[in-house]
Design a protein around this ligand. Structure first.
Ligand code: HEC
Ligand code: HEC
Length: 342
C-alpha cells in the first residue's frame, strides 16, 4: 500500500508534473529515449527519422558522427553516444507511468536519480550533452544543424526539479513495491468476510457476512483509519421452527503503515464502533411467527500486524470456541480500490 495522505500524494504528483514533459516531450531527451530509431530507414514505427540515416545496431560507431559530447564528470574522459534499451524509453509514456518507472529504478537509491539528472551519474554525459543542444554533433561537420538546447530549462534547473520532487516525500520514494505511490491518488480498503456456524442440540445456525470493504484514508504521519457498516445475515433451524436474523454494526479499523525500501511494517486493529443490533424473526409451524430486536454493546478490538502491508495480503482470525460446536472465522484482506473511486 501507499501510505501517503491525499495531500502529500498530490504534492508529489504536482512536482513530477514539471519533470514529465522534459522526459516525454523535450526533443533533446526524448529523441534518445525512444523518439528516434537510428536502426531503420525512414520513420516506419511512428518514431522520428534518424538524421544520420540507417545505422547498424552495435556495429555502427555512433561517435563517428556524434563525437562532440559533454565530457564525463571530472572533465577528462570522453563520453560515448548511445541510446538506452526500450525499458528506458520515455516515448508515449504519461506522467504517472514515468513517475512509477523512476520509482522502480531508483527506489532505495534516490540520490542516484538526482545524479542521473545532473550528468548521468558520472557515466557518459547524455544530460550534459542534451543541454549543449548540439545532438553530440560538431559544428564543423554539421554547420547546417544549429544547437537547439531545451528552451525553458537548464541543467541546474532540472536538478532542482528533481530535488523538489524528492522533497515532497522527505527525500525517499515511499510505497515499497507500490511503484505508483506518489504518482497517482491511490485508495485502499480492508475487506472483511466472516462466517459463523454452530450446532447445539436441535438448533443449527449459520451466518455469513457478505464481504464489507472498509475504505481507509491515510494521514501525513502514515496513520490510517476507516469505518463501515456491516450486516450479518443468519439462518437458524430448530424443528419445528426456522428463523432469520440480521446483525448490524459499525466496524472501525485504525493503524499505522511504514513503507520504505528497507522498512515495511503494518500494525492495525479492528473494533466495533457501534453496538450490535440484532433483529430476529422466525416461523414455527404450526405455532405462528415471532420477532425480536436486541442490542449488544460489548467493545472488542482485534490487533493485526505484518512486515508487509501489501495489496491482497490476508489476515485470518478464528474466534475462540465459546462452546463445543461453535465455529466462527473472519478474514481480512487488503484491497486496492479502483482509481476512479476518489
Ligand atoms: C545520447 C542519448 C541520450 C540523451 C540525449 C539523453 N539520455 Fe537519458 N539515458 C540515455 C541512456 C543510454 C540511458 C541508460 C544508461 C544509463 O543509465 O546511463 C539513459 C538513462 C536516463 C535516465 C535513467 C533512467 C532509468 O530509468 O534508469 C534518466 C532519468 C534520463 N536518462 C534522463 C534524461 C534526460 C532528462 C535527458 C535530457 C535532458 C536525457 N536523459 C538525455 C541516453 C540519453
Ligand atoms: C553518419 C553520421 C551519424 C552516425 C554514424 C550516427 N548518427 Fe545519429 N544523428 C546524426 C545526425 C546528422 C543527427 C541529427 C539530425 C537532426 O537533428 O536533424 C543525428 C541524430 C541522432 C539522434 C537524435 C538526437 C537529438 O538530440 O535529437 C539520435 C537519438 C541518434 N542520432 C542516435 C544515433 C545512434 C544510437 C547512433 C549509433 C548507433 C547514431 N546516431 C549514429 C548522424 C549520425
Amino acid at each position: 500500500m501507499c501510505p501517503l495522505s491525499d495531500a502529500r500524494a498530490q504534492k508529489s504528483i504536482d512536482a513530477f508534473s514539471k519533470i514529465a514533459p522534459i522526459l516525454n516531450e523535450e526533443p533533446r531527451c526524448l529523441n534518445c529515449h525512444g523518439g528516434v530509431n537510428p536502426y531503420v530507414d525512414g520513420v516506419g514505427d511512428g518514431r522520428t527519422e534518424h538524421g544520420g540515416g540507417k545505422t547498424v545496431e552495435h556495429e555502427t560507431d555512433c561517435n563517428g558522427c556524434h563525437n562532440t559530447m559533454a565530457p564525463k564528470r571530472g572533465g577528462v574522459e570522453k563520453s560515448h553516444w548511445n541510446i538506452p534499451p526500450p525499458i528506458f524509453f520515455f516515448l508515449g509514456k504519461d506522467a504517472p507511468t514515468l513517475c512509477a518507472m523512476m520509482h522502480e529504478e531508483f527506489r532505495g537509491d534516490e540520490r542516484k536519480f538526482i545524479e542521473h539528472l545532473r550528468d548521468d551519474h558520472g557515466d557518459d554525459n547524455f544530460v550534459g550533452t542534451a543541454f549543449m543542444g548540439n545532438r553530440g554533433l560538431s559544428p564543423e561537420d554539421y554547420p547546417e544543424i544549429p544547437p537547439q538546447p531545451p528552451p525553458n530549462i537548464d541543467g541546474p534547473g532540472l536538478v532542482k526539479l528533481g530535488e523538489d520532487w524528492l522533497a515532497t516525500t522527505d527525500g525517499e520514494f515511499v510505497g515499497w513495491d507500490a511503484f505508483d505511490c506518489g504518482c497517482k491518488i491511490l485508495r485502499y480498503a480492508i475487506r472483511v468476510t466472516a462466517s459463523t456456524e454452530f450446532t447445539k442440540g436441535r438448533l443449527q445456525h449459520k451466518s455469513a457476512l457478505q464481504p464489507v470493504d472498509i475504505p481507509i484514508t491515510f494521514k501525513d504521519d502514515g496513520t490510517f483509519s476507516g469505518e463501515a457498516s456491516a450486516n450479518f445475515l443468519a439462518a437458524a433451524k430448530m424443528a419445528p421452527c426456522t428463523g432469520q436474523s440480521t446483525a448490524n454494526l459499525k466496524i472501525r479499523v485504525s493503524g499505522h503503515l511504514t513503507q520504505t525500501y528497507t522498512n515495511h511494517d503494518l500494525h492495525f486493529k479492528m473494533e466495533n464502533a457501534s453496538p450490535t443490533v440484532t433483529r430476529l424473526s422466525g416461523q414455527c409451524v404450526p405455532l405462528g411467527s415471532f420477532g425480536n430486536k436486541s442490542t449488544q454493546s460489548e467493545q472488542t478490538a482485534l490487533p493485526f500486524e505484518s512486515d508487509q502491508g501489501r495489496v491482497t495480503e490476508k489476515f485470518n482470525y478464528e474466534m475462540p470456541e465459546i462452546f463445543p460446536g461453535f465455529k466462527s472465522k473472519m478474514q481480512l484482506e487488503i484491497v486496492k480500490l479502483p482509481d476512479s473511486q476518489k
